[in-house]
Design a protein around this ligand. Structure first.
Ligand code: ZN
Length: 376
């Protein structure tokens, strides 16, 4: 008989295999349970890294109670996370700012409420909020920042201006956002791109080489002189308006349109010779500061009357120009805002939407419209 060779395994080895197997099973179980918890958090909007940190800091139940919350997510992602502020993070509306969480921590430490912090974050960018978080608690947050367009970085100027002038919050915020507390011409901001809603005034200027991107020559039938130029967009709108006026018996004419930087220098010199420096300072825009350089402004005249403000064409324009995208730019009511005296002949093309809005809102100035809607 052949002998069957028996394989002999030592009982100690079997025990080791069993123990290792059990450990592996337990580890696998823990891992599956861990992934399950991560996936529960991810399902309600938390990132992988935030979910891990939530688990390791034993805040899972609390965060599940809070539910989806971008600020809480950002807090757990951030190295600035402070556990004691977790309830606050949950009540602060998320904004995309690099130092959001560290700024929230600082603002809480200064003594601002969650409500205050929401106001602060809404009115400033990362830089402005970071700056604001280094100063002592301010007193008039609600007053100025009830207006959407109030800017955090202007806070001190708002307080100073309203103290000095006694103006209300709206007047104050509009004036300061327009830089009316600064020196006209000197502290101006450069405007470099052409658009129908661009603003040019004593605080927003154009460089010497700026010209509208669609400069075109005005056909002689619409103008008082040959060779005048303007923006094609504005010209098309003017022609429509001209024809509509003509049908009703009104006769418009363009007396001045696009003027280059050099043209404005020449005008300045002409007036200087004729009327002197103080007249020029008061009435003639400095080169770069005239809206005519945009190609979107027209000095409109009547073929029937020498003084446009007394003409029936002027009255017609006041009621109808907005339909074609034009606004009366320098109304006497807001000389303080525009920095220019009233010019009944000077109309500006801004497009139909803005012109209609302005018309429906008591002919507000383009400066006010700019502050409220465009200057973000
Ligand atoms: Zn003009």
């Amino acid at each position: 008989m052949r002998k069957v060779k028996s394989v002999h395994i030592k009982p100690g080895f079997i025990r080791i295999i069993k123990v290792v197997g059990c450990i592996l099973c337990v580890l696998l179980g823990i891992f599956i349970f861990y992934r399950y918890q991560i996936s529960t958090l991810k399902k309600i909007g938390y990132s992988e890294i935030a979910s891990k940190r939530i688990l390791f800091s034993r805040n899972k139940e609390k965060v599940l109670g809070i539910g989806e919350n971008k600020t809480v997510n950002a807090a757990f992602e951030s190295d600035s996370f402070q556990e004691k502020n977790l309830d606050h993070y949950a009540k602060i509306t998320y904004v995309e700012q690099k130092h959001l969480i560290s700024n929230i921590n600082k603002l809480l430490k200064i003594g601002y409420s969650n409500h205050d912090i929401n106001i602060i974050l809404k009115h400033g960018n990362d830089e402005a909020v970071s700056q604001f978080a280094t100063r002592e608690k301010v007193s008039y947050l609600e007053e100025f920042f009830s207006l959407d367009y109030a800017k955090l970085e202007n806070y001190d100027r708002y307080v100073q201006y309203s103290d000095e002038t006694g103006e209300d919050e709206i007047e104050t915020v509009i004036a300061i956002n327009l830089d009316l507390d600064k020196t006209p011409y000197e502290d101006a901001t450069v405007v470099s791109s052409f658009s129908t809603d661009m603003i040019v005034n004593k605080y927003h200027y154009l460089k010497e080489n700026f010209a509208p991107s669609d400069l075109t020559t005005i056909p002689t039938e619409y103008a008082s002189e040959k060779g005048m130029q303007c923006s094609r967009l504005a010209l098309n709108a003017f022609i429509q308006m001209y024809k509509a006026a003509e049908k009703e018996g009104y006769e418009l004419v363009i007396n001045s349109a696009y003027r280059s930087y050099q043209d404005q220098i020449d005008i300045q010199n002409t007036y200087l010779e004729a009327y002197g420096q103080s007249y020029v300072d008061k009435y003639v825009a400095k080169p770069g500061f005239s809206e005519h350089q945009t190609g979107l402004a027209f000095d409109v005249g009547s073929r029937n009357s020498r003084i446009f403000a007394n003409s029936k064409e002027y009255t017609w324009m006041l009621e109808n120009a907005y339909r074609y995208g034009f606004i009366l730019r320098f109304d006497e009511r807001y000389e303080d805002l525009t920095g220019f005296r009233s010019e009944p002949w000077h109309f500006r093309y801004v497009g139909r939407d803005i012109a209609e809005y302005v018309y429906q809102h008591n002919n507000m100035s383009l400066e006010e419209y700019f502050v409220i809607f465009l200057d973000k």
